[in-house]
Ligand binder design. Structure first.
Ligand SMILES: [Fe+2]
Length: 180
């Protein structure tokens, strides 16, 4: 079950809020311009499903987001259970950064943890199968896929070439719990 915990940026030990309730997560994030949705049309993916299969399975959702947000392209990132060599992939987005465009993700299977640094608070959101999260452009955040990563996510882009991490230099991520 996806879960939101909210911390003050200085106190990673004691969450102010812990919830798995969709409505509460939606409202807490919407107050800061981020968007969360549990997508109703969740499908079981075959281990052999191609990126095209995943995109086809979620085509109505993708089309809706493109229309609503002006996204131009969608792709799929998939890390299989037990895949090796993922340490560098995990490390890449484990420090606080921003992007000049939205980080817009639909989890088709598996899980990962997003940490959004908003107005002096840190929102830790564990996303699982069927969860959609839109982190608005310019939001300070980091992402932890965990020590045994496993997920398939649809990514939506206005311009994929613009989706580059700009690191803030703040070591805040190192003070927060890792996703294990
Ligand atoms: Fe990011």
């Amino acid at each position: 079950m996806s879960r939101l915990r909210v911390f003050t940026a200085e106190k990673p030990q004691s969450p102010l809020l812990t919830t798995t309730e969709s409505d509460v997560i939606v409202r807490a994030l919407a107050a800061h311009g981020a968007e969360f949705e549990r997508v109703s049309s969740v499908l079981d993916l075959s281990p052999n499903a191609s990126a095209e299969d995943v995109l086809r399975a979620y085509e109505p959702f993708i089309t809706g987001q493109k229309a609503a947000r002006g996204y131009k392209t969608a792709d799929v990132v998939r890390i299989a259970r037990g895949q090796t060599g993922t340490e560098s992939m995990r490390a890449k987005f484990l420090s606080e950064h921003t992007h000049s465009e939205d980080e817009s993700r639909l989890f088709a299977e598996g899980s990962g943890a997003f940490f959004l640094h908003l107005s002096g608070q840190v929102f830790e959101l564990i996303c699982e199968k069927g969860d959609y999260l839109r982190v608005p452009a310019g939001t300070k955040h980091w992402f932890d896929m965990g020590s045994k990563p496993f997920f398939t996510a649809v990514r939506l882009f206005t311009d994929p070439s613009g989706w580059v991490a700009q690191f803030t230099g703040n070591n805040i991520a190192s003070r927060f719990p890792k996703f294990e």
